[in-house]
Design a protein. Sequence first.
Lengths: 298, 245
Amino acid sequence: MVLLWGAPGDPPLDAVYRTLLRRGARTLLVDQRRTEGTTLTTEVGERLSGTLRVGDRSVELPEIVGIYLRPQDRSALGGAGDSHAAGAALDDMLLAVAELTPAVVLNRPDAMAANNSKPYQYSQIRSVGFAVPDTLITTLPDAAREFVAQHGSVIYKSVSGTRSIVGELREADHARFDEVRWCPTQMQERIAGVDVRVHVVGEELFACTVSSDAVDYRYAHLTGQRVDISRCSLPDDCAERCLALSRATHLPLAGIDLRRTEASEWYCFEINPSPGFTYYQQATGAPIDVAIANVLTG
Amino acid sequence: MTGATETRKRTVVLASAADHVAVELPERLSRLDVVVVTPGDLSRPGWCYRPGTSDWAMVADGEVLGAEEIGAVVTRLPWVSEFELSQIVPGDRAYVAAEMRAFLVAWLSDLACPVANRPGPNCLCGPFWRHERWVTEAARAGLAVEPARRSVGSDGTQPPPLSCRSRVMVTVVGERCLGEADEQLQDQALCLARATGVETLTVHFADWGAGMRFLTANPWPCLEDDAVASALLDHLVAPAPARAG
């Protein structure tokens, strides 16, 4: 049995669900928006046991071979009172199951948490041989000024996964340097080159180039800027590093953001543990949902 | 007038400003030159950190300190709460709290000096695990455990709580165990601390009628106890050699 957990209407969840149903895989979907009629009991000692019931279907936890997690922030799903509390309790128990089950989990919550600190990820990224842009995190306005003077072209972005939009530091922003004193602020040298997005699914890789005039192509639609996505291949050493990064971070499903410079250096900016892969799949035709279904069903 | 003296390194305790036990530590353990860092210090100019390098500076109690001045760090702060950021406009507090936590996770993980405990990606004090995960880790480490049972669903029935006859607590600091437990339980606690890779761990055992079994554990240093606080800070300054076994 494969367990899917999230809110239907979420494109990656829907794509994997459809693929599993098409191939006739035994699949159970836990809909975060409809938790009435869902019960879960667990007992944890040396092993995890218990029963998950969704409507009139139930599964013993040891029968689950794969779990795909796409839980949404419950506060964004609406609902209140008892149903909200019951939903939150179910979320917490499913996270515990995802941590402890011997099944394949895409991805385990503990491993995904590293994405909440970008600089924490840098040490993981460096460990497999990718370059990371020179980075400063500071509350000292003069240090920020010196960093900009050193590199000329600099971007700023969140340290955490919150409001994680990359912006270019422009001349007009220099008047705001004094504001960094309120909170550690992250700046990076700007690396010129071609964006490459790599999806790792188990031992499979799907790479594409992304061309855009936007500093952060993920938000190009907000400014009406174009984005062109084309499937590409990776040099062997880069592909090896992507697989090594997936293993080192315990993320068998990952969206890795790379940039290739004119000198063919490979920089890595971050590794996304819950990639919205359908955006890239639609543009390239890469069968990422099929690869995910393969991993989940073993 | 004295001649050249070696600068004594300071021990940093990262804690909430509301954590009186931590805030009073510099006075309680004055011999160790302890300085406390609270989330408010992260809104002061002076922090500089370049990930992957040993080039950093921090702010403690308003004073800017360089890497060469710090000998060890103790973390008593699991995360940064937005409620502790009154200096930030209300609409930005949750965001700033997330940024500060993300910064501290990376900085503490990168420090070359001893840190108790090194943060996990979701907790500044070490592993932040659900009860079920602690039970699993304890069972894997060979401890006798009482299974963790939970239930959620339409009838809302929870398994009835078991009442225990007695409880005992062991605090592991490096290779030492502090507390009233017998040697066997101390060895078990040490075994769990080693298996989970922490410098300090508080382990609770309980007897439900079949002898002492693992109940729960947490990685926050128990600094309320003078013996634990002294042992931890001494351990960080000069770690004891590993025990056999």
